[in-house]
Unconditional design. Structure first.
Length: 245
C-alpha cells in the first residue's frame, strides 16, 4: 500500500512511477530466448529427462526472474531482491562457463562432444546456443549495463551455493536409484559415480564448489566497484540495488 503524503494524497499520485521501457524490453527478449531454448529441448528430447539438467533449471529460474523483472521495470515498480537476482545471474554464468570450458572442451577430460546422445544438430543446435551462450551473455550485459551497483552482499555468495549443493545431492541420489544401464543415468560426466566413484565425485565437487564460490565472490566484489550506468532512463534499479533485477 502506498504511503500517503502529508496532505493525505498517495505518493504514487503525486510522483509518477519511473518506468524503464528499454530495460523491460531487453529482459523480455532474454526471457523469450530462455523459454524458447527450453521448449525446443522439451519438444525434441525426453520431457521427463530434460528438466534434470542444471542448464534447464538455471535457464528456467532466469526466465522467471527476467519475466518478473521486465514487468516491474515496465510498471516502474521496485526491483526484485538482489539475493534472488544475483543468484539467478550466478547460476546462468555457471551454466555458460561449465559448458564452454568443460563440456564442449575436448581437452577438459569431461567433454560431451563425442557422446552420440548429445549430438548437436538442427534445432538442438539452436537451443544449445540459446541456453549456453545467449542467456549467460545477455544476463551479464543486463547486470553490467542496466543495473545500479552495490546491492550484492558477500554473505550471499555462500547462500547461493546451497542450490548447486542440492543439485549435486539430487543428481547422485537419482543416479543411484536408476538402473546401471539407464539412459543419461548421471546428467554430466563429472557427476558419473559409476565411472569415477564417489571419492572421485567428491573431489570434482570440491574443486567446482571452490571455483563457484570464488566466482560468486568475484561477482559481489565487481558489483561494488563497477561504475554506475549513466542513463537514468534505462536504469533498472534504484541506489544500492544491484544484481539482475
Amino acid at each position: 500500500m502506498t504511503a500517503p503524503t502529508p496532505t493525505g494524497v498517495p505518493a504514487s499520485v503525486v510522483v509518477p512511477p519511473h518506468r524503464r521501457p528499454y530495460a523491460a524490453a531487453f529482459r523480455a527478449l532474454l526471457c523469450a530466448a530462455a523459454v524458447t531454448g527450453i521448449v525446443i529441448d522439451l519438444t525434441i528430447g525426453d520431457p521427463l529427462r530434460v528438466p534434470v539438467y542444471f542448464t534447464i533449471q538455471s535457464n528456467a529460474l532466469l526466465a522467471l526472474t527476467l519475466g518478473w523483472s521486465a514487468v516491474r521495470a515496465g510498471q516502474g515498480r521496485p526491483p526484485l531482491s538482489p539475493r534472488l537476482t544475483g543468484g539467478a545471474l550466478l547460476f546462468i554464468v555457471i551454466t555458460g562457463l561449465v559448458y564452454h570450458l568443460i563440456l564442449a572442451n575436448d581437452s577438459s577430460g569431461f567433454s560431451m562432444t563425442g557422446d552420440p546422445e548429445h549430438t548437436i544438430t538442427g534445432w538442438r543446435s539452436v537451443s544449445n546456443q540459446l541456453l549456453h551462450t545467449v542467456t549467460p551473455i545477455g544476463a551479464v550485459l543486463d547486470w553490467l549495463l542496466l543495473t545500479a551497483p552495490g546491492g550484492l552482499l558477500f554473505r550471499y555468495a555462500a547462500q547461493w551455493l546451497l542450490y548447486p549443493a542440492a543439485y549435486l545431492a539430487f543428481a547422485l541420489i537419482r543416479g543411484a536409484a536408476l538402473a546401471p544401464d539407464a539412459e543419461a543415468r548421471y546428467p554430466y560426466p563429472f557427476l558419473d559415480a559409476a565411472r569415477h566413484g564417489y571419492a572421485g565425485i567428491a573431489t570434482n565437487a570440491l574443486v567446482l564448489g571452490l571455483v563457484f564460490y570464488a566466482l560468486a565472490l568475484a561477482l559481489v566484489a565487481l558489483d561494488h566497484v563497477r561504475p554506475r550506468p549513466r542513463s537514468r532512463e534505462n536504469r533498472i534499479s534504484p541506489t544500492r540495488a544491484g544484481g539482475l533485477k
